[in-house]
Design a protein around this ligand. Structure first.
Ligand code: ADE
Ligand code: ZN
Length: 333
């Protein structure tokens, strides 16, 4: 895809990327061979051809199947390093990365294996590409809260390796209120809180994420627009939404990108940001997501600025990124 040079050169922050969703078919096949994991797809093309989804669950079934090739610390390192290489080439300067430990511990892969591989890649990526990053541990909402509690217990020896907790996986019928206690415990440990809400679930789930989980960002949040009072509150509270255009298209959350709610979000004063979600599965990384919506330069700058403002990095790092962005906006491309 040919991307507008202004978007390509734009310094960007990515706040909604599932590292397991950056597993490209080529790496899936290579790891399957390296780890002797049998796949039901005979080739890279056959695997890629399966990337047609009718809804979130249809995608998640393949997403969990794909991650079975991840077994060793080096696999998690290779996965994250491949993401950082692509992100750096697209001028992503800061990334806050979700990982799904229960997708691995549930298959017998120790938490330590996952966190050590991802952390080693983060450290190397900052040294090699200058990209700053952090990890956010997501609880799988199709599992119960007791499982999330055990996952948090298991993660505590590595408390300094991740900055927050999130909530992802199948949304319908799994409201945020089911995870109120584990989020309260995580926040008590000084962890930041975010949650997927209003992707397929109703506006009420966005409200629960705010009121019960006390999140600092909403992941997706599209359905919040169904509720005018909630939309006004999100604007008033400057609550960031991590919006993922190509994901919304591929998971049939929106029928067509021309109907994507992003512009309505901006018109209503919401702090929207652009992100890739699961780039290997949805046809694009950050540049392609920015390019998907025919934005003006002013809108593009606003969205990029929102990304850095909504990041959980320290104030000095944030200011450094914002100044670089403003310099870029003044010089153009
Ligand atoms: N896990 C990975 N991608 C997801 C998405 N778009 N929604 C919910 N859970 C996910
Ligand atoms: Zn997501």
């Amino acid at each position: 895809m040919n991307v507008d040079p202004f978007i390509a050169g734009l310094p960007k922050a990515e706040l909604h990327i599932h590292i397991e969703g950056s597993l490209e078919p080529e790496l899936t096949m290579a790891l399957a061979e390296r780890n002797k994991v049998a796949l039901r797809f005979g080739s890279i093309d056959a695997l890629r051809a399966a990337y047609r989804f009718s809804d979130l669950q249809d995608f998640l079934d393949l997403y969990y199947e794909g991650m079975r090739v991840l077994l060793h610390e080096q696999d998690f390192y290779d996965l994250a390093m491949a993401y950082f290489r692509k992100a750096a080439a697209q001028n992503v300067r800061h990334a806050e990365i979700f990982f799904d430990p229960q997708g691995h511990t549930g298959r017998g892969v120790p938490f330590k294996t996952v966190i050590e591989g991802l952390t080693r890649a983060r450290v190397d990526a900052e040294r090699r590409f200058g990209i700053t990053s952090a990890l956010i541990l997501c609880f799988l909402r199709h599992l119960d809260e007791a499982d999330a509690e055990r996952t948090l217990d298991e993660a505590l020896p590595w408390r300094d390796r991740f900055i927050g907790v999130g909530l992802d996986s199948s949304e319908k019928g799994r409201p945020p209120r089911l995870f109120e206690r584990v989020f309260a415990r995580a926040r008590g440990l000084g962890l930041r809180a975010v949650a997927h809400a209003g992707e397929e679930g109703p506006a009420g789930y966005v409200r629960e994420a705010l009121d019960l989980l006390k999140v600092e960002r909403i992941d997706h949040g599209n359905r919040a627009l169904d509720d005018a009072e909630l939309t006004a509150r999100l604007a008033r509270e400057r609550m960031p939404l991590t919006v993922c255009p190509l994901s919304n298209l591929r998971l049939c959350v929106v029928p067509d990108l021309k109907d994507h709610p992003l512009r309505r979000m901006l018109d209503r004063g919401l702090t929207a940001t652009i992100n890739s979600d699961d780039p290997a599965y949805f046809g694009g990384y950050m540049n392609e997501n920015f390019a998907a919506l025919s934005l003006s330069r002013e809108e593009t700058m606003t969205l990029a600025r929102n990304g850095f403002r909504a990041a959980f990095c320290d104030e000095a790092t944030k200011q450094r990124h914002l100044e670089a962005l403003d310099d870029y906006g003044l010089s153009g491309a």
